[in-house]
Design a protein around this ligand. Structure first.
Ligand code: NAP
Ligand code: MG
Length: 489
């Protein structure tokens, strides 16, 4: 495959310059489709580097917040055009660095372009309300102030879209940013930052620093001069971010894991449900926070649905995401592969019946990559570990229920509440689902993993800090409301 890309050290971007970290420690970012291929060397920066990034962001904040929204938006429009012109290169880097297929990587990058344009436009939309005062001579209104310096901590699974859906609203509302990507996808993330640089963004508005979560991530949590932290990642780390931010009074926003159900009602269009379950559960190798992982099916159609599902799963072509006919790429890393395999083992131990897949995949040139077969478990009960914990891999757990009431009960019986789907042709079933499901994203006759950038995104229960990202909801995190009362003297 295309390996003629120069292997380079990925630098930090601080105060408008690409710079080396204070030490010489780097880690190789490798291709999960071929572990021998190095995509880039990512610096393991230190607290000293972080201090410089925060100082740059802090210095830039004064002038940046004084610009009009339209002026700030003009930089985002430029960044969008630049990202669009580099789309294929960035998408290819993404596929090589974290494994998702090239068409999916292109789709994600195009999403990034659209998000930049959306928030560029937000610079000219209203930020407050006029509220009638009880004093007839006074004017009372709300306006919004930026937080100041915002720390952005992101996972590897959407290395373009997630950083952009945090950085774009942060800066349009007048904040400056210190961005720490996941080490595993930092080379791709650096290319996004290059687009901000090429757009001519003033020095210090967006700073980029790579390094271990335990050093740079923790450093962001603890840094006195960072006023807000927006985090997407695992449940365990998210809780640490929240606790640390709370302890020093910083604002925080957490988007974490999911254990997303799909309910297939007896009256569902089964072909549609099968297609959406596969797409929602197995695309991106199941490594989406909104991926379908529990498939809750009414008993009267259970066998028919299962047969159709397994027949389609058998057709999935696993391979390198850069090859044209690949439908599912590898797990993003060796660690991720091992986690998925250990959950599969656990499922077998607990008595779930493995009816498809379940093993590492090493055929057809896949022996050097972290591939796993698309996997389906039958006879899963909701108290099993594979029905409760986020696997983050291509594993579907089929659960049989006798009624839709039972389906809803099972669907809600987890600690997460990110996304949930139902397949049904009955309107009352749809309405009951909307009313009773514990999920921030409620999807009817559509896969669990679709999101639109102009709508609020986030979860209930332990999937989120109960805030929302994207669309106009983003303003709630990235600004503070000022209530203004004015009276002539
Ligand atoms: P992760 O291990 O929690 O890492 C997320 C980020 O936090 C990375 O940048 C990581 O850095 C950093 N980090 C690690 N330890 C830290 C610490 N002690 N303090 C501060 N930061 C720290 O998650 P991941 O494995 O990258 O991503 C997968 C998870 O993300 C899944 O649980 C998935 O559900 C979730 N996710 C949620 C959403 C959503 O919107 N709800 C979207 C996508 C993904 P390093 O990795 O570089 O060390
Ligand atoms: Mg990698």
């Amino acid at each position: 495959m295309a390996t003629n890309v120069e292997v380079k050290r990925c630098l930090n971007f601080i105060n408008g310059e690409w710079v080396k970290a204070a030490n010489d420690d780097v880690q190789a970012s490798t291709n999960p489709a071929n572990a021998e291929e190095i995509v880039g060397y990512v610096q393991k920066s230190t607290k000293e580097d972080l201090d410089q990034a925060v100082a740059a962001a802090s210095d830039a904040a004064k002038a940046w917040r004084k610009l009009s929204g339209a002026e700030r938006g003009s930089y985002l429009f430029k960044a969008a055009d630049i990202l669009e012109s580099r789309l294929d290169d960035i998408a290819e880097t993404m596929t090589r660095e974290m494994g998702k297929t090239f068409p999916e990587a292109k789709g994600e990058t195009a999403r990034g372009v659209a998000i930049l344009r959306y928030y560029a436009g937000e610079g000219m939309r209203k930020v407050g309300d006029v509220i009638p005062s009880t004093d007839s001579k006074a004017l009372m209104f709300t306006t919004r102030a930026p937080l100041g310096v915002v720390g952005v901590i992101t996972p590897w699974n959407f290395p373009v879209a997630i950083p952009i859906w945090k950085i774009a609203p942060a800066i349009i509302y007048g904040n400056t940013v210190v961005f720490k990507p996941a080490q595993e996808a930092a080379v791709t993330a650096a290319k996004v930052v290059e687009c901000f640089e090429a757009a001519g963004l003033p020095a210090g508005v967006v700073n980029f620093i790579t390094g271990a979560g335990s050093v740079i991530g923790q450093g962001i949590i603890d840094h006195e001069r960072i006023n807000g932290i927006t985090f997407t990642g695992s449940d365990a780390v998210g809780k640490q971010v929240g606790q640390g931010a709370l302890a020093r009074g910083a604002k925080y926003q957490l988007e974490m894991g999911g254990k997303n159900p799909v309910i297939v009602a007896a009256d569902a269009d089964l072909d549609l449900a099968v297609e959406a379950t596969i797409s929602g559960g197995l695309r991106s190798t199941g490594q989406k926070c909104t991926a379908t992982s529990r498939v809750i099916v009414e008993s009267s159609i259970y066998e028919e649905f299962r047969e159709k599902l397994v027949a389609k799963v058998k057709e999935i072509k696993v391979g390198n995401g850069l090859e044209g006919d690949t439908w599912m790429g590898p797990c993003s890393s060796e660690g991720q592969l091992n986690t998925v395999l250990s959950y599969i083992e656990k499922g077998i131990e607990e008595g779930a019946q493995l009816i498809h897949g379940g093993k590492r995949y090493t055929e057809n040139g896949c022996e050097k990559g972290y591939y796993v077969e698309p996997t389906v478990f039958d006879n899963v009960s909701n108290d099993m570990v594979i029905a409760q914990e986020e696997i983050f891999g291509p594993v579907l757990a089929l659960i049989k229920v006798d009624s839709l009431e039972e389906a809803l009960k099972v669907a809600n019986d987890v600690k997460f509440g990110l996304s949930a789907s139902i397949f049904t042709t009955n309107i009352q079933n749809m309405l009951d689902f909307v009313e009773d499901i514990d999920a921030g994203l409620v999807r009817i006759n559509a896969e669990s993993a679709g999101v639109e950038l102009q709508a609020p995104f986030g979860g209930m229960k332990q999937s989120s800090s109960h805030s929302r990202e994207q669309g106009q909801a983003a303003i709630e995190f990235f600004t503070s409301i000022k209530t203004v009362f004015v009276k002539g003297s």
